[in-house]
Ligand binder design. Structure first.
Ligand code: NAP
Length: 259
């Protein structure tokens, strides 16, 4: 299927690795030019070079922390007109409900709620002016089904989800389509870090921790960044104009719900 977005321009945040990289690669494979971002310049440049070589699209890179005002300003300054925005950042650390104080919540809200909102506020007006736009926010399965040790993520991402639910309906009539993608367990550095936490807490090997977590997923395995990116590219496509304000779960069936 031709996704109908060749020649468009996308900003993909936090995209040198993992799910963000999967989204950048899938968009580039459709002929979309990219503005890519991550904090570490080395991995960002390596990924950008690989994408340029594989897909022949223009890739601009900005090494910056997207969760800070200065970082966002740096990325937005070089981004120019953007048709597609994929918001992403690292997730908050795991812990116990008794661990977190106000500063921890403010940091989580800044990174995983207020950062995507600030980026939408900066870029959606231009999309409205041009009559076409797509936004995909990478959130988490924790929005549908809480992950107790990720209470900071549960809270911040729920806030973003509420904002998107209302805002997506205010801009859909202007040609701008906003949706959220909710990853369950995917095979990225983040998943390895969480496996490490389980391994330490339960005194088991990393391989055992992974096997145990895989056993909780009906698909019997972790998801891949390529699968995640393909879903993102479809939500950014010309064909996704009637999918508004949805929360699309990619979790191999792990969340046991009928709807
Ligand atoms: P990952 O493999 O650790 O990759 C994170 C990427 O984001 C890297 O390119 C990293 O590069 C960049 N990054 C992190 N913080 C950043 C920041 N403040 N500013 C700019 N770039 C930043 O993570 P992932 O697994 O792809 O996860 C992506 C998001 O999905 C996270 O919010 C995570 O919590 C969520 N999620 C993941 C899973 C999963 O199973 N993988 C499940 C549910 C939710 P630098 O470190 O160089 O900045």
């Amino acid at each position: 299927m031709d996704l109908g977005i060749s020649g468009k321009r996308a900003m993909v945040c936090a995209s040198s690795k993992g799910l963000g990289r999967g989204c950048a690669e899938a968009l580039a494979a459709e002929g979309v030019h990219l503005v890519m971002n991550a904090r570490g310049a080395e991995a960002l440049e390596e990924t950008a070079s690989a994408i340029r070589a594989a897909h022949g699209v223009e890739v601009v890179t900005v090494a910056a922390d997207i969760t800070t005002e200065e970082g966002r300003a740096a990325v937005l300054a070089v981004a120019g007109d953007v048709d597609i925005l994929v918001t992403n950042a690292g997730g908050p650390p795991p812990g116990m409900w008794t661990d977190w104080d106000r500063a921890d919540f403010i940091a989580a809200l800044d990174a995983n709620m207020l950062t995507p909102i600030a980026l939408m506020k900066a870029l959606v007006p231009g999309m409205i002016d041009r009559g076409w736009g797509r936004v995909v926010n990478i959130t988490s399965v924790s929005v549908k089904s809480p992950v107790a040790v990720l209470g900071l993520s549960n809270s911040a991402r729920a806030g973003l989800t509420g904002y998107v639910a209302g805002t997506s309906r205010q801009v859909a009539g202007k040609g701008v389509i906003i949706n959220n993608l909710l990853p369950g367990i995917h095979d990225t550095d983040r998943a390895t870090a969480l496996d490490g936490g389980v391994s330490k807490a339960q005194g088991i090997s990393m391989a055992e921790a992974r096997k145990n977590r895989e056993a909780t997923i009906p698909a019997g395995r972790y998801g891949t960044s390529a699968e995640f990116g393909a879903a993102c590219a479809f939500l950014c496509s010309a064909h996704a104009g009637f999918i508004v304000g949805q929360n699309v779960l990619l979790d191999g069936g792990a969340t046991n719900t009928t709807l």
